[in-house]
Design a protein. Structure first.
Length: 209
């Protein structure tokens, strides 16, 4: 049975995600005009206060980089996960997600490096704000969507553990580790490595389920 405090926390977190998405979407729309928008313009477009924006994004640069990365990746990722050919196959869906993200990484990885630099240090503010994710959780949403066929076969605990594990091996951080730590400079080998790691995790979760 879900406790009342858990329900309240879940509701607050859902509201935070909606507010953050509204802010990012507003920044994307305004940026489409060419000139970088101001905080005041974004606040008006998203119908939130300046203070609310700064609760989610410490700087305008942080917000604009986050919004640009989302505008670049979201359409192709959503198209890949919407392909009927992979509708019921979680392994194929995760592989399609990896393939799509890596296809756009020449444009998105430089943004990712900048965004990581902006979010790696502790955020200013109270402890509750510091405990919240410092980046828009698109990757988590995409991974949950990719693994959606497993919702009916895995417990919630195992499903969430799978998503957490995939978060480690799919994304900018994995590419940076392979390039900067491993010294891997072959895009094909990079894709094969990340795809293999993601596939192994999904197959292990299926076996457990």
């Amino acid at each position: 049975m879900t406790s009342e405090p858990s329900v309240r926390r879940g509701g607050r977190e859902a509201q935070r995600r909606r507010t953050r998405k509204a802010i990012v979407d507003a920044a994307v729309r305004l940026s489409a005009g060419g000139a970088p928008p101001s905080i005041d313009e974004i606040a008006a477009e998203a119908d939130v206060s300046r203070r609310t924006i700064y609760m989610h994004f410490p700087t305008l640069d942080h917000l604009l980089i986050d919004a640009t990365a989302g505008a670049l990746n979201e359409p192709p990722v959503e198209a890949a996960l919407g392909d009927p050919a992979v509708a019921d196959d979680p392994v194929a869906r995760v592989e399609a997600l990896v393939r799509t993200l890596l296809e756009y990484s020449p444009q998105s990885l430089p943004l990712g490096r900048r965004l990581i630099r902006l979010t790696v240090d502790p955020a200013h503010g109270n402890a509750q704000e510091q405990a919240a994710p410092r980046r828009t959780p698109r990757r988590v949403k995409w991974l949950e969507d990719a693994c959606k066929p497993l919702r009916s076969t895995l417990s919630e605990e195992r499903f969430q553990r799978l998503i957490s594990a995939l978060t480690i091996v799919v994304g900018w951080e994995a590419q940076i580790a392979l390039r900067d730590v491993r010294g891997l400079d072959d895009p094909q080998a990079e894709q094969e490595t990340i795809t293999w790691a993601a596939r192994v995790l999904v197959e292990a979760a299926i076996k457990e389920g």
